[in-house]
Structures are given as structure tokens and as C-alpha cells.
Design a protein around this ligand. Structure first.
Ligand SMILES: CCCCCCCCCCCCCC(=O)CC(=O)SCCNC(=O)CCNC(=O)[C@H](O)C(C)(C)COP(=O)(O)OP(=O)(O)OC[C@H]1O[C@@H](n2cnc3c(N)ncnc32)[C@H](O)[C@@H]1OP(=O)(O)O
Ligand SMILES: NC(=O)C1=CN([C@@H]2O[C@H](COP(=O)(O)OP(=O)(O)OC[C@H]3O[C@@H](n4cnc5c(N)ncnc54)[C@H](O)[C@@H]3O)[C@@H](O)[C@H]2O)C=CC1
Length: 310
């Protein structure tokens, strides 16, 4: 689409190769991923507005973000405690919090959505943001498993829509998958790639295909792990040990599921089961469903497949 839109008070044709320079970033959802994305964006010089449903959630997220920054500072400023403290202060100073999502996007060059993995909720949010955000604002979703097109069609800015898929924990994981839909303009796509690189990440490009690259391979592996347990073939602990020591993975699949969050895991399984009803791998997992119904969501609640209580 070759429309004309405003970038920093200048008019550009979206068909010209002039990328929007991204300085102001709004991150919606301040959970595991949103807080990590906000941290990395602010650490790399961007001004960030971090949004969630209420101030209590935001305060808790900012507490976690501060702890994560302190871990980074400890390494980066190993011999310079004052430098480390300044680093943490400077980064925190670049992050504002907000509970009104429409207000949060008024100055945004880029909005990254990292809310719950539910298509209707994401569409409802983007429809509202589309009316509030300036013309030039690019929208991106961090979805793990939903088609970007299904989210983007809730807006009228398909040419300024794409996927930016970060990995957990965002400050440590080096990859960002950049997803384009057929309508994503070249300028939008380039801006998203440049933003990923400006975050200090390696970017890979992928079409809007289920699970993109990493989750297309990771989800079947994790699903097969839970099937092994459900068939009584091996225990979660032995599978985790086997994959760490036999395949060199930093975490086994059950440790990783607890790390990702079993609520998010369940959203992914349920979504893929609905989309691929004939694939036995994506049938609901009784074990995951039981844990979620008991509120055992993994590390975030202190218990999942394992106990994480200190
Ligand atoms: C099986 C059940 C059924 C499943 C159903 C299937 C559903 C499918 C679900 C798919 C989910 C997909 C989600 C998604 O979209 C994509 C993802 O993100 S997948 C997750 C990808 N992530 C990983 O694979 C993580 C693997 N783990 C690791 O790389 C390491 O274990 C980790 C870096 C997390 C921790 O390292 P470790 O050595 O184990 O522990 P330390 O605590 O010593 O940390 C090392 C080092 O790192 C620093 N650090 C760690 N976390 C942070 C942080 N959040 N912030 C800042 N710094 C951090 C820490 O300080 C240490 O630094 P040192 O200087 O070395 O001390
Ligand atoms: N957990 C993981 O390892 C990964 C998750 N993702 C994706 O990132 C997204 C977020 O996942 P997590 O951070 O794990 O979830 P989370 O549950 O930790 O955080 C989600 C946050 O969004 C907030 N929220 C929900 N609806 C909202 C709304 N309408 N407006 C503002 N805030 C809202 C919630 O209050 C919560 O704080 C999902 O799409 C998930 O699939 C992507 C990569 C890895």
C-alpha cells in the first residue's frame, strides 16, 4: 500500500524507502514479556510508556524490572558500583507507567502489544488504539501463536502492522522474530527490523505462518514431552534432565513451561487445538488443564510442574 503518512511532522510516501525513526515506544501489557521489552527498549535509549490494567500491576512489574536491571548492571558495571546505580536510574527514568491505553499511544512511534494470548482481547485493544494513535504509529504484536493478520484486521493500518516476537527472558535472549503480513509496507518492515537491532537483538524474518520459526518447532517438541508423561513413559524430571544433559538445552521442557507460564501455555494449546482439530499432538493436555485450574501457573505463582517456593 503506497499511502502518504506523517513521520515526525514530515510527509513520506510509504512506497519511498524512508523508514520511520522510532524513539517513543508504548508497550501494552507489563507482565513477563512486556516488562522485559520495556526494559530492553529503555536500556537502548528509547522513551517508553508501559501500560497495564491497573497501577498495582504496574508497580509490581516496575519492581521486577528494577531487579532485572540490577542483575544486568552488576555484570555490566562489575567494577563500578556508582556507574551501575546511574545506569539503573537512567533506564528507569525513561519508563513511564500508564493505565489508560488510548492516552498511552498519543505520542507513540511504535506500539508493542504483549497482553494475554487471546485473539478477541487483542483485537479489541488494537481497534481502540487505532482510533487514538497518530497516523504514523506502527503497531506490532508479540503474540506467540496467533496469526498477526487476524489481529491486524481489527485496525485500518494494515500497512503499518507487523509482528515483533521477543523471547523470554527478554533481557537475556538474543533473538527477535520480525513478522510481516502481506500488507506490511517495506518501510514498516524495515523500521521493525531496525528497532529489533537497535534493541541489541539479532533479527530473523518470517512470514505470518503458525508459530513463526521458533514456536513452529518448539511447540510440537513441548507437546510431545507432555504426551510422554501422560502415557506414563517418563517423568517430567527425567525428561528435563535428559534434554539438558542429552541435547544441551539450557532448560528442559517442563522447566521451560513453568518459566513461560502455564496460563500462556494453555492459551497456545487451546488455540492450536481449535485451529488443527485433527492433529493429536495439539489435543488439550489434562495435566496442564489441571494445574491451571488449581492456579498453579509456574514460576509466576510459585508452583507449576515444579515448586518454585523459596
Ligand atoms: C511441557 C508442558 C506442555 C507444553 C505445551 C506446549 C506449549 C508451548 C509453549 C511455547 C511457549 C512459547 C513462548 C514463546 O513465544 C517463545 C519463548 O520465549 S520460548 C522461551 C525461550 N527461552 C528459553 O528457552 C530460556 C532457556 N533458559 C535459559 O536460557 C537460561 O536458563 C536463563 C538465561 C533463563 C537463566 O540462566 P541460568 O544459567 O539457568 O540461571 P541464572 O539465574 O544463573 O542466570 C544466568 C545469567 O542470566 C542472568 N539473568 C537471567 N535472567 C535474567 C533476567 N530476567 N534479567 C536480567 N538478567 C537475567 C543472570 O543474572 C545470570 O547472570 P550471571 O552474570 O551469569 O550471573
Ligand atoms: N511468556 C512467554 O514466555 C512468552 C509470551 N509471549 C507472548 O507475549 C504476550 C504476553 O505474555 P506474558 O507476558 O507471558 O503474559 P503475562 O500474563 O505475564 O502478562 C500479560 C499482562 O497483560 C496485562 N493485560 C491483559 N489485558 C490487558 C489489556 N487489555 N490492557 C492492558 N494490559 C492488559 C495483564 O494484566 C498482564 O499483566 C502473549 O501474547 C504471549 O503469548 C511471547 C514470547 C514468550
Amino acid at each position: 500500500m503506497a499511502g502518504v503518512f506523517k513521520v515526525f511532522n514530515r510527509s513520506f510516501s510509504s512506497s519511498a524507502s524512508t523508514m520511520a525513526q522510532i524513539k517513543q515506544v508504548t508497550v501494552i501489557g507489563s507482565g513477563l514479556m512486556g516488562a522485559g521489552i520495556a526494559q530492553v527498549a529503555a536500556s537502548t535509549g528509547h522513551n517508553v510508556v508501559l501500560v497495564d490494567q491497573n497501577q498495582d500491576i504496574l508497580d509490581k512489574s516496575m519492581g521486577n524490572l528494577r531487579k532485572s536491571l540490577q542483575r544486568v548492571a552488576k555484570k555490566k558495571y562489575a567494577d563500578d558500583a556508582a556507574g551501575g546505580e546511574n545506569f539503573v536510574k537512567d533506564v528507569l527514568g525513561k519508563i513511564q507507567t500508564e493505565t489508560d491505553s488510548a492516552k498511552s499511544v498519543l505520542k507513540a512511534d511504535l506500539v508493542i502489544e504483549a497482553i494475554v494470548e487471546n485473539l478477541d482481547v487483542k483485537r479489541k485493544l488494537f481497534k481502540q488504539l487505532d482510533q487514538a494513535a497518530p497516523q504514523h504509529t506502527i503497531f506490532a504484536s508479540n503474540t506467540s501463536s496467533l496469526p498477526i493478520s487476524d489481529i491486524a484486521t481489527s485496525t485500518k493500518r494494515l500497512d503499518r502492522f507487523g509482528g515483533l516476537h521477543y523471547f523470554n527472558p527478554v533481557p537475556m535472549m538474543k533473538l527477535v522474530e520480525v513478522i510481516r503480513i502481506p500488507d506490511t509496507s517495506d518501510d514498516t518492515f524495515k523500521s521493525l527490523v531496525e528497532f529489533g537491532k537497535a534493541n541489541g537483538k539479532v533479527t530473523v524474518e518470517c512470514k505470518d505462518t503458525p508459530g513463526f520459526i521458533v514456536n513452529r518447532l518448539l511447540v510440537p517438541y513441548m507437546m510431545e514431552s507432555v504426551r510422554l508423561v501422560e502415557r506414563g513413559d517418563a517423568s517430567p524430571r527425567d525428561i528435563d534432565t535428559a534434554m539438558k544433559l542429552g541435547a544441551g538445552y539450557p532448560m528442559g521442557p517442563f522447566e521451560l513451561a513453568d518459566y513461560v507460564g502455564l496460563d500462556t501455555v494453555k492459551f497456545i494449546i487451546d488455540g492450536w487445538c481449535e485451529k488443527y482439530p485433527d492433529n493429536p499432538l495439539f489435543q488439550p493436555s489434562a495435566m496442564v488443564n489441571k494445574l491451571v485450574s488449581e492456579g498453579k501457573l509456574g514460576m509466576k505463582t510459585g508452583e507449576g510442574f515444579y515448586s518454585h517456593k523459596k
